[in-house]
Ligand binder design. Structure first.
Ligand SMILES: NC(=O)c1ccc[n+]([C@@H]2O[C@H](COP(=O)([O-])OP(=O)(O)OC[C@H]3O[C@@H](n4cnc5c(N)ncnc54)[C@H](O)[C@@H]3O)[C@@H](O)[C@H]2O)c1
Length: 417
């Protein structure tokens, strides 16, 4: 494998269109060359770009992997359930990989990807959107300086609104499994995967700084669905680390239009708090005072490409998001399903419909206030005491956890109420 900058893309529609655009942009800047693309079919728009640029197109990704041997890495932006197979085959064929998040649906598949990377001596980066490097060092710097006292909790929240068509846009949307293959396409495995991964990653950094173990010991999660889907659309998760940190995640895609809030992560200390928001602003609170730091960086996809290319070229030591670090996300996410046991239905009497740009959308009445209250108090929804549809679940141990499912009933798919 000769030149280091030829790139292949598998999956060019859906989110893959963003990769296609970024790859073309980077090609125009002379950073890399998009040699070939594979998809089952191309949208008109993607076909036009590929045709104009003379990019080779394959409907069979295996043929592309076999024929484009002078490329050095493959970007994979396909349905979750195909990630492991494609990532493993790409590395076996001799390519480095940039894999869309989540790395795989289940731990055992994420582990197989990591094992193959090791065996082949290939890099496998995962495209989680994380706080910018500046934001990360600001957060960890403030935490380690003692400015907010001892950090006890890391909290994340995301209030999103999705129309019904979000769940029909692709056959695996909102599914637990497709044709017998596990997908687990729910809130923290898809739209809030970035948030969840970043919380775990920050907790590891803080634990390392403090000389404490960042190993995840247990997870307690409540998974709910208001939409007619298999997986969850509203969830809360509590993770506990060996070193005593607790992580609390709150996420819904059933917020009412106009009531949404962008993702944010808050580190709570004994003497203050520091918070990251999606626009890469970091806010420090001490008593009544607050300071905002703008930690904006270049676009995250460009950074992922640059980081992979620089590690390939020996100019950087570490991937920003390696498959090994992504596995810990999968352990936590799979464990959250195990803890919930099933996805609990939110009865229709608590849901309403509205219109989003001419498309109907379902929302859960008062879910924004409910999740914000739980976020403030660090409680699960069943612990709030005033959420009629909330269900208590069992904590699930994560030490030595290596295969999904153990307790989650994929066949049962949803509880009835
Ligand atoms: N990083 C982000 O912010 C972000 C945002 C959205 C989605 N995603 C991730 O991107 C991935 C794709 O999501 P999506 O919503 O675009 O899914 P999608 O189903 O809409 O698109 C997947 C693409 O893969 C193609 N594909 C399917 N089987 C294929 C095969 N055998 N060979 C080649 N191509 C094949 C499909 O034709 C389609 O073009 C998922 O992992 C998702 O979680 C990431």
């Amino acid at each position: 494998m000769g030149q280091t900058r030829k790139v292949l893309l598998i999956g060019a529609n859906g989110f893959g269109k963003q990769h296609l655009n970024e790859l073309i942009r980077q090609q125009d800047e002379g950073v890399l060359e998009l040699a070939a693309v594979s998809d089952l079919r191309l949208s008109e728009e993607a076909a036009a770009v590929v045709g104009e640029r003379g990019i080779r197109f394959y409907t069979d990704y295996r043929e592309m992997l076999a024929k484009e041997k002078d490329a050095s890495f493959v970007v994979i932006s396909t349905p979750i359930q195909l990630h492991a197979r494609m990532g493993i085959e790409a590395m076996e064929a001799g390519y480095h990989v940039l894999l869309e998040k989540p790395p795989a649906a289940v731990i055992q598949d994420a582990q197989r990807i990591a094992d193959m990377a090791k065996k082949c001596g290939k890099l496998c980066a995962v495209n989680f959107f994380t706080p910018s490097r500046r934001a990360l060092s600001m957060l960890t710097g403030i935490a380690s300086s003692g400015e907010i006292g001892e950090v006890k909790a890391i909290k994340g929240i995301s209030l999103l609104h999705r129309s019904a068509s979000y769940f029909t846009r692709t056959p695996w949307a909102g599914k637990l499994s497709v044709q017998g293959v596990t997908v687990l396409d729910g809130t923290f495995h898809n739209p809030a995967a970035h948030l969840f991964y970043s919380m775990i990653n920050i907790s590891e950094r803080l634990s390392e700084q403090a000389g404490r173990s960042g190993n995840l010991t247990s997870v307690t999660a409540e998974l709910y669905r208001a939409n007619p889907i298999e997986s969850d659309d509203t969830s809360c998760v509590r993770l506990v680390t060996e070193g005593g940190l607790s992580l609390h995640l709150y996420i819904t895609v059933c917020a009412r239009q106009g009531q949404t809030q962008p993702q944010r992560i808050r580190l709570e200390g004994s003497e203050g708090a520091v918070e990251w928001s999606y626009d890469n602003k970091v806010t420090l609170w001490k008593g009544a005072d607050s300071v905002v730091y703008d930690c904006h960086d270049e676009n995250f996809m460009a950074m992922r490409y640059r980081n992979l290319i620089d590690v390939m070229g020996g100019r950087e030591q570490k991937l920003d998001v390696s498959i090994e670090s992504a596995i810990r996300f999968t352990v936590a996410a799979n464990g959250a399903f195990e803890s919930s046991g099933v996805v609990h239905s939110i009865p229709q009497m608590h849901t309403r419909s509205d219109m989003n740009q001419g498309k109907s959308a379902l929302y859960v009445e008062g879910i924004e206030q409910t999740l914000l209250a739980a976020f403030r108090e660090g409680k699960l929804l069943s612990e709030l005491g005033d959420v009629p549809w909330a269900k208590r679940t069992e904590s699930f141990g994560l030490s030595g956890y290596s295969s999904f499912p153990q307790r989650f009933n994929l066949g049962q798919k949803a509880s009835t109420q």
